[in-house]
Design a protein around this ligand. Structure first.
Ligand code: ADP
Length: 280
């Protein structure tokens, strides 16, 4: 982690990803437009299968774009070669996949794991990075720095996994379900660590989550459904995003009473649009 971070902005225009399986194509991400400012913290919410992990993988250069364009900082990722994508991931993007703690060296200490993560960074760049203990200290992990991973609780391992993900001083941290399977105190500790990474180093954070509380703490939420962004929320206020095709996603609460196929009358009055259920 660099002593002084530089967050990377994200810009996505009509991103699409199609998984081509033998018999059927699955459109996992269908036309996502998204702007994230440098240093912003965003939670990607939505039901299982709505395309969150796929979108995260696309932003990290792990999953190719079937269509659309995306920029991480000044780099347009669709235009990068495989080698340049590898370099981007090594130098500028931290990625925490689900179950990342399982990939840590079990007999190594937290320090060993951070050191191991820094091994492939060029010596010139390493000079800009915090030493493993300094990094762990900055993230509130000094007390467990010398403990072997196998002895740590799940939440502690997850926090070390996040520290390892930022050991290369990334401008962007992408995390897939960083708080799943943790109890409330452990989840809050992980959220404190994400805040520390963001505030101390300016790192932009995008985290996939099922947990509304994670969304509340991160401040901005982007909710997906069927591969599209349907809702956004910022610091408590929620709004629906009008899709490219003119569609709007209704909240689950409204959908419970108005299932798909319900006919509504749409009336416009200045800035207001009123939807009224039409009874047959
Ligand atoms: P989420 O993270 O919101 O649960 P995903 O991005 O994992 O959603 O999945 C979006 C859609 O893509 C789902 O329909 C899922 O079944 C499908 N999918 C995900 N990964 C693959 C894959 N490797 N091959 C085929 N389909 C996939």
């Amino acid at each position: 982690m660099q002593a002084e971070g530089r967050g990377l902005a994200i810009r996505c225009e009509e991103l699409v990803h199609i998984y081509r399986t033998g018999d059927a194509d699955v459109v996992a991400v269908r036309g996502v437009d998204l702007d994230v400012e440098a240093g912003e913290r965003v939670a990607l919410l939505g039901p299982s299968g709505s395309g969150k992990s796929t979108l995260l993988g696309m932003l990290g250069g792990l999953i190719p774009l079937s269509a659309g364009r995306a920029w991480i900082g000044d780099d347009e990722i669709g235009g990068l070669t495989e080698r340049q994508l590898l370099r981007m991931r090594a130098d500028r993007v931290g990625f925490v996949l689900q179950g990342a703690a399982r990939n840590l060296l079990p007999y190594g200490t937290a320090i060993d794991n951070v050191r191991f993560a820094q091994r492939s960074i060029s010596r010139a760049r390493r000079a800009d990075l915090l030493e493993p203990l300094e990094l762990l200290d900055a993230l509130g992990l000094a007390s467990i720095a010398e403990r072997p991973m196998a002895e740590l609780a799940g939440g502690e391992q997850q926090r070390v996994a996040l520290a390892v993900a930022v050991a290369n001083g990334p401008g962007l941290l992408l995390a897939d379900e960083p708080t799943s399977q943790l109890d409330e105190p452990a989840r809050d500790a992980v959220l404190d660590l994400l805040e520390a990474v963001n505030e101390r180093f300016g790192t932009t954070i995008v985290a996939v989550t099922h947990d509304e509380e994670v969304g509340r703490r991160l401040g901005r939420t982007v909710s997906m459904r069927f591969g599209q962004v349907g809702h956004e929320g910022r610091h408590g206020s929620q709004f629906t995003v009008v899709g490219k095709d003119g569609s709007v996603h209704l909240s689950d609460e409204v959908l419970a009473d108005w299932p798909p196929g319900t006919r509504v009358v749409v009336e416009r009055d200045g800035d207001h649009v009123r939807l009224t259920r039409r009874h047959p």
